[in-house]
Design a protein around this ligand. Structure first.
Ligand SMILES: [Zn+2]
Length: 567
């Protein structure tokens, strides 16, 4: 707590007008403060997650974020006052300033959207706490008992189809019962985001949301259009799933309540002690150095993994933590052994190892985080490699096929599933801003239209499940986050492909990518690995090709997935 007070005072005392001669020392000092807030952040995040009722840790965690924000805002303001030419001259004299060139460029780009300090402090004091309360409220509404019992997992995957259908219908009845309240909440979130976006001189909330991911509205529109143009691929995948259900359960006309049956295949349970060995095999295409880092993270003696046998009062889910000067870590609420737990370890461990590489590469804390979709792509690549590995090395042909399907499921979900979600969120904002959406029923109609564009279900099914907007928790928790997964999926599919076609050079280039952190625009970072001229458009086209291949492999009626020995 003392350290938080000291860092907080130092951030307040940080000058807003250092002289050009002092700029080097100033930036190094600011970076040091960033490093220290990151270490505090790790500590309080873990503390708060081990006990969700630890209010003191939660408050300290929030204060740490504010301090880090203060340092960032001040440095941005300082960098904006220096012209590009002056900075270039200063870098000539003092090469240790080179890493700050891109930061200065970013600060300049954001200048027209930055607010006067007085305005900013009013926003900091009001909008973030309000959004955080909206999210709390959403969760509380979710847990309100309303007289309809939520179906247990056993009912959702019951061999009795009528039991599954009943579970599915009950889920949407509960959503409908809460839709009015959820809609009120969503209107509050959307209107606040629209107002803040306009105050910051963005054309609308979507543009502001995308800009915070280093994307433009035009780019996102173009990507969504490209995905829409390739919907036949998604439809072929839906037909493949229907054929799988016909084969496995003799279901002629699949309904949404049948779909979970495909996911509850022969998946075995994995003891935690085996995870290290599987991860090492799965991640081998990333190179010996990467595997060494991942194994070090999971080593029982590392003390870097916080996982419990029971959830108890722990925060649900998993995440990674990292800060300069300390080894990165991995938190998981619990590990009970299904494939999905293994997926969480390899995904969150991927974040952790990527951060470890950046730290070892000497990346300043200012570049420790990039656009979320690029960071997510490294973690999703690990998921693909895990399924790919199990699809090659599992002893039984049924298991191999199951994991080959899981790989395709993951790719399809990231790209097409996320595109559907991103389309929905964007349509909600447009509808509310234009006054066309004014009620829960209007939101339902909006969700129905979006689903109709993507899903194979009958009108009756789509109407029954049209409270979909209220079940997308990220729309309430983190506006315009969903679009990240679409781009993360596209990039991850390309990394996966590259690791396969160029196994010799990939590891060293991937190491170099991770070590530099996020000190340049995403496509500049990816070019050395994925080729000159890499763009969102080229990556999207190539991702469709990879998905098409995997789909064809699985669609051939007599195909069996050959086994290769584990290594
Ligand atoms: Zn992630």
């Amino acid at each position: 707590m003392d350290e938080l007070r000291i860092v907080s005072q130092a951030a307040t005392a940080l000058s807003s007008e250092p002289s050009p001669n002092d700029l080097g020392d100033y930036l190094h000092h600011a970076n040091d403060l960033k490093n220290r807030t990151r270490r505090l952040d790790v500590y309080f995040t873990i503390l708060a997650s081990r006990n969700i009722d630890d209010q003191a840790a939660r408050a300290a965690d929030q204060q740490t974020d504010e301090v880090s924000g203060t340092v960032g805002d001040k440095v941005d303001a300082v960098l904006r006052k220096i012209s590009e030419r002056t900075l270039a001259a200063l870098i000539q004299q003092n090469p240790s300033l080179r890493p700050y060139q891109y930061l200065a460029h970013q600060a300049e780009q954001e200048e027209s959207h930055s607010l006067a300090p007085a305005q900013q402090s009013i926003l900091d004091a009001t909008t973030q706490p309000a959004l955080s309360s909206y999210w709390q409220l959403y969760q509380k509404i979710d847990r309100l008992p309303i007289g309809i019992k939520t179906a247990a997992r056993a009912q959702r995957i019951s061999p009795d189809r009528t039991v599954r259908e009943d579970a599915w219908r009950r889920h949407w009845k509960i959503a409908d019962a809460k839709a009015d309240v959820d809609a009120t909440l969503l209107f509050g979130i959307v209107k606040q985001n629209e107002a803040v976006a306009r105050l910051e001189h963005y054309s609308d909330a979507a543009e502001a949301g995308y800009a915070s991911r280093e994307l433009s509205g035009a780019e996102v529109h173009a990507s969504l259009a490209a995905i829409h143009d390739n919907l036949s691929l998604y439809q072929a995948y839906q037909r493949l799933n229907a054929a799988r259900l016909k084969r496995a359960l003799d279901i002629a006309n699949p309904e949404p309540w049948d779909m979970d049956m495909l996911k509850s295949g022969p998946s075995p349970h994995f003891p935690f002690a085996e995870v290290g060995k599987i991860a090492a095999g799965a991640l081998a295409p990333l190179g010996a150095n990467y595997v060494h880092h991942f194994s070090a993270l999971l080593s029982p003696s590392s003390g870097r993994v916080d996982v419990a046998a029971k959830v108890g009062n722990r925060e649900a889910g998993g995440f990674s933590v990292n800060a300069l000067g300390v080894p990165s870590g991995l938190y998981m609420a619990t590990f009970t052994g299904p494939i999905d737990d293994l997926r969480v370890v390899i995904h969150e461990g991927g974040h952790s190892v990527a951060a470890q590489f950046a730290n070892e590469g000497g990346t300043p804390s200012f570049y420790a985080r990039g656009p979320n979709w690029l960071m997510e792509s490294y973690a999703i690549l690990n998921e693909f490699l895990l399924y790919d590995y199990l699809a090659r090395t599992s002893p039984s042909p049924a298991d191999r096929r199951y994991y080959a399907n899981a790989l395709l499921d993951d790719m399809m979900f990231q790209v097409f599933g996320s595109a559907e979600e991103a389309t929905l969120e964007q349509a909600i904002y447009e509808g509310i801003a234009s006054g066309k959406i004014q009620s829960a029923a209007d939101l339902d109609a909006c969700a129905y239209r979006v689903m109709k564009g993507f899903e194979p279900w009958s009108d009756d099914i789509l109407h029954t499940s049209s409270a979909l907007w209220s079940r997308k928790r990220l729309i309430f928790q983190d506006p315009f986050y969903l679009v990240n997964y679409m781009y993360a999926g596209i990039v991850a599919i390309n990394l996966y492909k590259q690791a396969k076609v160029d196994p010799t050079d990939f590891p060293a280039r991937y190491d170099a990518l991770l070590r530099r952190g996020y000190d340049a625009p995403p496509m500049t970072l990816l070019e050395p690995l994925l080729g000159k001229g890499t763009s969102v458009t080229t990556l999207t086209t190539s991702a469709f090709g990879v998905m098409q291949n995997q789909l064809e492999k699985l669609s051939a009626p007599t195909s069996s997935i050959p086994a290769t020995p584990a290594h």
